[in-house]
Design a protein around this ligand. Structure first.
Ligand code: PLP
Length: 392
């Protein structure tokens, strides 16, 4: 206990303590916080399309719960596969224009279960240094030869691919969109190098599925390389209804192999029916119309341009993740608190979630923010930025 208390004190002392604010309402652009705070404007959910509390998504979840029960009390291969799981896998594969898909309890699990099942000591994996923690952990679990290339540095990737020519199979692994910086992997260049050095490309699309690209298929659609990326992992827990769940989609023999060998799939419970119902409806809504995707893109553009005009540095490209770069961890944390006192819920990120000296407040835009919501957020940032000397 003494040792743990010492460590916790160290975290507090460094100003990197992360606390959980308790929400007493549904997820959405306007929240009620436990113990007061109603009408809080929320800018820190991955609810990019506003589907987490969409009435049709909720209704689909309730109906599926009624019809298929609370849960399966089983893993998939014993007695945990219902028709809805098969239907959702088919729908995911169709959405991404891939051969097949396999569901997991989370994308963390999909990432934990992929590399070990696919790669052996004869193979190599080349991973962007800023890949999500779950990709890093998934790679740690496999016995392939590991290469880490500098973030989005194509010269370094090429050098590592040359080094890795001695191995049987090469897999380049990258986030499609990086969640801390809102930057997008240079997939055209990655796919070109992969072709040149006979490598496969894997992307994690958690911060892209449902909203990047003209019809929301993701980074591969945005950059015109849908036919060149071999494997996609993504989540149902962000834009696609926000409940939970993840998946791998790609070639059928790979998905077949994962069903035989992937440990988080084999040894963990099936996705609950209500969750399957919500995700399935979210995909239906996206396949019916591009309107929600376009609305989110317009709101993102509004926020980024107004904040830049106000004098802030916003990292990343045209992504709804808009990191307001501040540098200092304490400043990010104090400014986020001041924003909340003005009714705007945003979160400061600091080491170890982002590199030391690169603390920021990460703002996330959703299709369900109104223009007024966005303008209120920019005004509050401007006031708080002036107060703390970030703006003149
Ligand atoms: N990959 C990336 C890039 C993520 O941002 C996340 C979630 O934070 C995950 C994987 C894990 O997704 P899930 O919440 O479905 O486990």
């Amino acid at each position: 206990r003494r040792r743990l208390e010492g460590e916790l004190e160290g975290i507090r002392g460094a100003g990197t303590w992360k606390s959980e604010r308790v929400i007493a309402s549904r997820q959405g652009p306007h929240l009620r916080l436990a113990g007061g705070g109603a009408g809080i404007l929320n800018f820190c959910a991955n609810n990019y399309l506003g589907l987490s509390s969409h009435p049709e998504v909720i209704r689909a979840g309730v109906e599926t719960l009624e019809q298929f029960g609370a849960g399966l009390s089983s893993v998939r291969f014993i007695c945990g596969t219902q028709s809805i799981h098969k239907d959702l896998e088919e729908k995911i594969a169709r959405f991404h224009q891939r051969e097949d898909a396999i569901l997991y309890a989370s994308c963390f699990d999909a990432n934990a279960g992929l590399f070990e099942a696919l790669l052996t000591p004869e193979d190599a994996v080349l991973s962007d240094e800023l890949n999500h923690a779950s990709i890093i952990d998934g790679i740690r679990l496999c016995k392939a030869n590991k290469y880490r290339y500098k973030h989005m540095d194509m010269q370094d990737l090429e050098a590592k691919l040359q080094e890795a020519q001695k191995h049987r199979l090469r897999l380049v692994a990258t986030d499609g969109a990086f969640s801390m910086d809102g930057d997008i992997a240079p997939l055209q260049e990655i796919c070109r190098l992969a072709e040149k050095y006979e490598a496969l490309v894997f992307i994690d699309e958690c911060h892209a599925t449902g909203f990047l690209g003209p019809s929301g298929r993701g980074t591969d659609e945005l950059l015109g390389v849908m036919d060149k990326v071999t494997i996609i992992n993504s989540t149902l827990g962000k834009a696609l209804g926000g409940a939970a769940g993840g998946y791998t989609t790609g070639p059928k023999p790979l998905v077949d192999l994962l069903r035989q060998r992937s440990r988080p799939y084999l040894f963990s419970n099936s996705l609950p029916p209500a969750v399957v119902g919500c995700a399935s409806k979210a995909l239906d809504l996206l396949m019916e119309s591009n309107a929600i995707v376009q609305s989110m893109a317009a709101k993102t553009q509004r926020f980024r341009s107004k904040m830049t005009a106000a004098g802030f540095t916003i990292s990343g490209q045209d992504h709804p993740i808009c990191p307001v770069m501040l540098g200092d961890a304490r400043l990010a944390s104090v400014m986020a608190d001041d924003m909340l006192s003005r009714g705007i819920y945003v979160i400061g990120f600091s080491y170890p979630v982002v590199p030391k000296g690169k603390a920021r407040i990460r703002v996330q835009i959703s299709a369900v923010h109104s223009d007024e919501d966005i303008d209120r957020c920019v005004e509050a940032f401007t006031e708080v930025g002036r107060k703390h000397g970030v703006l003149p």
